[in-house]
Design a protein around this ligand. Sequence first.
Ligand SMILES: C[S@@+](CC[C@H](N)C(=O)[O-])C[C@H]1O[C@@H](n2cnc3c(N)ncnc32)[C@H](O)[C@@H]1O
Length: 200
Amino acid sequence: MSANSRWFHRRYDRLMEPLERRSFLPLRTALLARAQGDVLEIGSGTGINFPLYRNVRVTAIEPSAAMREQAEARIRQSAVPVTILPGTAERLPFGADAFDTIVGTLVLCTVPDAVQAVREMKRVCRPGGRLLLFEHVRLEHPVWGPLQDALTPAWKRLCDGCHLNRDTMRLLRSEGFEIMKLQSLWGDIFIAVEAVKPAD
Ligand SMILES: C[S@@+](CC[C@H](N)C(=O)[O-])C[C@H]1O[C@@H](n2cnc3c(N)ncnc32)[C@H](O)[C@@H]1O
């Protein structure tokens, strides 16, 4: 892990706190209220979602040891059982159809291979199970979209691999998820999505 990543991981909660308080927390709370049964959260970071879950069992995977360490305090604040494991979204250490709900928040922007990550999320989700995502995405706008493309190489270096220009909705549709609910925030930069893995 680079020195920049270590710096980023140690300060992540402090950097995000103003956004979380003003905008993100209500959105996370509403999204996670739709989680059911056995939940897999990918890239759980410092565990900001853990205290928001109700009446579910959570397994989380997070590749960064520094993030997992910070998440321990949030596991203690959680109302539900949470188990956190090292791992990456592109190679989930679980069998097919193992979870009722898959959750990812601000994570598909960062995983190096988002296509493989979504395939894995679909594989481990049971037929009829839900995918709950909160992400920032590339805009369709003729000026802002290309600007996001141009800024992404520098942004990635600064922000631990984060892409400003992931086309997450197109990816979900092309991998066969059915979109049930789509909510936009901040002029479509952020999206909250509820999708379903179709029953065969
Ligand atoms: C921007 S942070 C978001 C953390 C948390 N999900 C949240 O909502 O605040 C991105 C997270 O994705 C994790 N990550 C990076 N590469 C990953 C991968 N290949 N698979 C799963 N998670 C990954 C990072 O370690 C980090 O915790």
